[in-house]
Design a protein around this ligand. Structure first.
Ligand SMILES: *Cc1c(COP(=O)(O)O)cnc(C)c1O
Length: 381
């Protein structure tokens, strides 16, 4: 008899309950209350940004990020092809056309050189340039920044970061050395969905160093209501704000985040040590970063991906394939694309292994031994 090992579940306890109880005791459970602004301030200082605006989801943060970064209907936005669909939806909500850019092997993130060369060719030919690039830092791995900084400086392409999966990952060398992901562009979004490194149940955060963008983002997330006693609104806003009760959860989680991140890195190290190197290709370890290892994801032979997931499932261990690239998703099949299918190859060969922050050594060892045994058997047959 063994217990199920889930893919990635939150760790919520007494500290969260205490803060949520304070909201209930004070009767500040909705949009008024001190926890939202405290959570915003503490989050901004954790990631090293000037300002943070709490939102109802990561998707909402990315939608507002597009607007405040100045993306308008009919604009072209370059987006990572290999990502969760919410990244692309944010650009589609504002009426932008998407340019889906393939991944590079070193980090599985958007291939900046590929985009740079395309933008240069567009500029030379007098064709439309992207207004912005939405760089998604997937699976806890920071994308290489240099090409995007060059695109910004040489062609005015604004940099928007989707850091939903990579809270706490840092750059170790290069132009952002010592900085966290989500602090190098005009604006960035994070997610506190239940499977992310820290959670508020549902929620998100927009961060920026630009006070005007931050003020506009706050305004848009609160129905664009003007100050004063009456209900006047100067544009079409959204009900995207975070509730006080949600922010209370977030504050308690943020205090635990360093411990969560330490455990994610420990989990990755143990898997690295235990998984058979003849069979499992380790997650990317880009030279420029210290990843957060949000979801520890290996690659195997194409024919082994589903048998591995099935063998783990038979042992009550949840593992999962990664997303197909956006160019294969129904709403984005007609989008322009760059690159010939690194993302599709990752999709065909990658498997995410259990990575919950409370995972203990014994569970990691069980996952690794079931995975090693199943794959050795498959290789031998
Ligand atoms: C989770 C996620 C989002 C969206 O966050 P929600 O809080 O679920 O709306 C956006 N982009 C990426 C890459 C994600 O993984």
């Amino acid at each position: 008899m063994s217990d199920t090992i889930p893919l990635c579940v939150p760790s919520v306890g007494i500290e969260e309950a205490d803060l949520v109880k304070q909201c209930i005791d004070d009767n500040y459970v909705s949009s008024v209350g001190r926890f939202v602004s405290q959570f915003e301030q503490d989050f901004a200082s954790f990631v090293g940004a000037e300002r943070a605006i709490a939102t109802s989801s990561g998707t909402a943060a990315m939608h507002v990020a597009m607007i405040v970064a100045g993306v308008e209907p009919g604009d072209l936005v370059a987006v990572s092809d290999f990502t969760f669909v919410a990244s692309a939806n944010a650009a589609a909500y504002v009426g932008a056309d998407l340019l889906l850019v393939d991944s590079e092997e070193q980090s599985w993130n958007i291939d900046g050189e590929l985009l740079y060369d395309d933008v240069r060719a567009r500029a030379d030919a007098g064709r439309r340039l992207p207004t912005a690039v939405e760089v998604v830092h997937v699976l806890g791995q920071p994308a290489r920044l240099e090409p995007f900084l060059a695109l910004r400086d040489e062609f005015g392409v604004r940099l928007i970061e989707d850091a939903a999966e990579s809270l706490g990952a840092t750059y170790t060398v290069g132009p952002a050395a010592g900085r966290q992901v989500g602090t190098s562009g005009a604006v960035a979004g994070f997610s506190f969905n239940g499977n992310k490194v820290m959670t508020t149940g549902a929620g998100g955060m927009l961060v920026t160093d630009d006070h005007d963008l931050a003020d506009r983002a706050k305004h848009l997330t609160t129905q664009a209501r003007l100050p004063g006693p009456e209900y006047f609104h100067d544009e079409i806003g959204f009900n995207y704000r975070m509730s006080n009760i949600t922010a209370a959860l977030g504050l308690a989680q943020l205090r635990k985040l360093p411990a969560f991140l330490a455990n994610k890195r420990h989990i990755a190290r143990r898997y690295d040590e235990l998984l058979d190197p003849e069979i499992f290709e380790r997650p990317p370890q880009a030279a420029w970063s210290s990843p957060s290892h949000w979801l520890y994801t290996v690659r195997v032979e194409r024919s082994m991906r589903d048998p591995l997931i099935d063998a783990l499932a038979a042992a009550d261990i949840q593992a999962r394939a990664v997303w197909p690239p956006l160019r294969e998703q129904a709403p984005y099949r007609a989008s322009e694309t760059l690159g010939s299918g690194v993302g599709a190859q990752i999709h065909a060969t990658a498997v995410s292994l259990p990575s919950s922050v409370e995972l203990v050594d014994e569970q990691i060892e069980r996952v690794a031994s079931v995975a090693n045994r199943a794959m050795r058997r498959a290789v031998a047959s």
